[in-house]
Structures are given as structure tokens and as C-alpha cells.
Design a protein around this ligand. Structure first.
Ligand code: SF4
Ligand code: MG
Length: 327
């Protein structure tokens, strides 16, 4: 298996009047070809900022302080997305890597039809004339299971339901056959039955288009149903990573264990992560040590003094925690 994307040491800070926000610290992630990877964490864990930073989508007062994001392009060349010029990254974004965000309404311009949105990205990245691009748009709408695509292609966003709007956003995201689709909470604003349909759609599209999927979610049900491998993020850092089975059956990080205990049966029921005692850490002017220490039932003296070590448990299972440190 070959990597499509490999991020290392990504650190993002926001320089605000209240202080320096350590949004993402030394985060890493690999995505292999054809794989579905979930990045899990509570609101404020840094998961959205990390995934935006992968293609340099960080605006002031935010700054990517360090890191590398190697990406294997369609032609086989490997580039560091954090070293390319903004123009070069723009060429890749929306083409070889594309994003689907939480709120479909903000991704769509009310003055443009479904077809306009899709055709625009096709024309921009592949130089296809508008008429041909609109014909492609109809077949893309069919791929995302929108009924009567010939009619819907002429609809404006307000003429579509929330679920259909998200399908249009997904059609736009896959229009250029990306190697990697990054979906940040793509179902959060939709009702439960539509959520399941959108997840099924993403799974189907992944195999049909032969792309990799990076799914950002706070929902363990989504993880259980869609991911091959999982990264758990806490306090702007990766806490643990393993294949999905290991994460649910033998989680090693106290935070992951707590997450799973807060959900009666993550494999059967769609639940949210918000029921853990304590609050998410304040990421302003962070001190060294484990960010989970104030909430951790196993916290030791060393935990609030020194950053937790990276411990390789084998088989791709890695945990960042003093409990597992070899002594
Ligand atoms: Fe808990 Fe310490 Fe492990 Fe952090 S490093 S999760 S505080 S035991
Ligand atoms: Mg988010």
C-alpha cells in the first residue's frame, strides 16, 4: 500500500490578543491509497484546524509554525504541500485533494445553480468548456444519487433540501476525481436518516472513484461504520492511532477509553462524544505535559510536567501516554 498523504510535525498557532492559542501541536497523519481514515475528537480538539493546515488553509492570525505534508500527486511526483507556493496548492486543492465541510449552505453561492457550482470547478481545473462541464455535472449529480439530475442541475440552492445541498457539495468535490477527499463533519447538520445516506454515499464513491477518504468527526458511530484506521486527537495533539477494530476493542489511551465508555455501544448506535467529565483544555499559553492530565483518572506527577512519550504498541497502534512508557 502506498501513501497518498503523510503529515509530520504539524504545528499551528493563533496569535490572538488573549494569548497564543496552541491549536495543533506536532500532529501527524498518514492516508494510504483507497483507505478511509477517521480523525476523531471533541469540538476544540484541533481536528478541523489540522486538516485545513494540510493544504495550507490557515488564515491570520493563525500560522503554520512547522511540519511537512507529503502528497503523492496523480503523476506520481511527491510534493510537500507546506513548501509549495499558494498558486501551486490552489491547483491541487479542488482537484487532487478536495474538501467537504459541515455546512452545505455556506459552501454554495445562492446565486449559482447546482450545475454552475460543479461546472465551475471542472472548467477551472481541467479547462473543459462550460457546455461540456454542465453535461458532466448532470452525470455527477446522478453519481451522488440525486433524482432527476437533468432538472436538478438547474436548481438554485434554496430549491434543494439540506441533504441534496450536501450531495451537490460532494458532487463538486469529486468532479475532478480527487485522490483524497477530506470531509469535515459532513453529516452533522443533517437529520439522522439523511446522515446515514450521505455516509453510505461517501463509502460508495470511495470505491467507485478509487479515492482515499479522510473523515473528521466527533461521532463514534460514524467512525465504526466508515473508517479503516482512526486517529484520536485531544488538546491539539494526536493521542492515539490504530486500526478501527483495535480502537474499539483495546484502546490504550485513557481519553479513548473514556470516549468509548461514554457511548453504550458505538458499533450499534450513533452517539456523540460530549458526555465526558471536565472541559476541553484551554489551548492558550499551554504548559508542557499531557493536555489530558486535568481530566485523566490515571494522571501521575510526570504527566503535568513532561510531554507524554510516543509509544509504539505494534501493528500500527501508537499511543502518546506515560502509562505505556517503558521503564
Ligand atoms: Fe493520563 Fe498521564 Fe496518560 Fe496523559 S500521559 S493520558 S495524564 S496517564
Ligand atoms: Mg470542527
Amino acid at each position: 500500500d502506498r501513501q497518498v498523504l503523510s503529515a509530520r510535525g504539524v504545528t499551528v498557532r493563533f496569535y490572538t490578543y488573549a494569548g497564543v492559542v496552541h491549536a495543533v501541536t506536532d500532529a501527524y497523519l498518514d492516508v494510504y491509497e483507497g483507505e478511509s481514515v477517521a480523525l476523531v475528537g471533541e469540538t476544540g480538539s484541533g481536528k478541523s484546524v489540522f486538516t485545513k493546515a494540510l493544504t495550507g488553509l490557515i488564515d491570520p492570525p493563525g500560522r503554520i509554525e512547522s511540519g511537512s505534508v507529503l502528497f503523492r500527486r496523480r503523476d506520481g511526483r511527491v510534493v510537500d504541500l507546506l513548501k509549495l507556493s499558494p498558486e501551486e496548492v490552489r491547483e491541487i486543492r479542488g482537484d487532487e485533494i478536495s474538501y467537504v465541510f459541515q455546512d452545505p449552505s455556506s459552501a454554495l453561492d445562492p446565486l449559482y445553480t447546482a450545475g454552475d457550482h460543479i461546472a465551475e470547478t471542472i472548467t477551472e481545473h481541467r479547462g473543459v468548456p462550460k457546455g461540456d462541464a454542465l453535461r458532466e455535472a448532470v452525470s455527477l449529480l446522478r453519481d451522488v444519487m440525486i433524482p432527476n439530475p437533468e432538472v436538478r442541475v438547474k436548481n438554485y440552492p434554496h430549491e434543494l433540501s439540506g441533504g441534496m445541498r450536501q450531495r451537490v457539495v460532494i458532487a463538486t468535490a469529486i468532479a475532478n476525481k480527487p485522490r483524497l477527499l477530506i470531509a469535515d463533519e459532513p453529516t452533522t447538520n443533517l437529520d439522522v436518516t439523511v446522515q446515514a445516506q450521505i455516509l453510505d454515499l461517501l463509502k460508495d464513491l470511495r470505491s467507485k472513484y478509487g479515492m482515499s477518504l479522510l473523515l473528521i468527526t466527533h461521532n463514534l458511530g460514524v467512525v465504526a461504520e466508515t473508517a479503516d484506521r482512526v486517529y484520536v486527537m485531544y488538546g491539539g495533539r494526536i493521542a492515539e492511532t490504530a486500526d478501527v477494530y483495535t480502537v474499539f476493542e483495546s484502546p490504550a489511551h485513557p481519553y479513548t477509553q473514556l470516549l468509548l465508555r461514554s457511548v453504550p455501544n458505538p458499533l450499534k448506535k450513533i452517539e456523540r462524544l460530549e458526555s465526558i467529565p471536565g472541559t476541553v483544555p484551554n489551548l492558550i499559553d499551554m504548559k508542557p505535559g499531557c493536555p489530558f492530565a486535568p481530566r485523566c483518572p490515571f494522571a501521575m506527577e510526570v504527566c503535568s510536567r513532561e510531554d507524554p512519550p510516543r509509544v509504539d504498541l505494534g501493528g500500527g497502534h501508537v499511543v502518546h501516554c506515560w502509562l505505556h512508557a517503558k521503564r
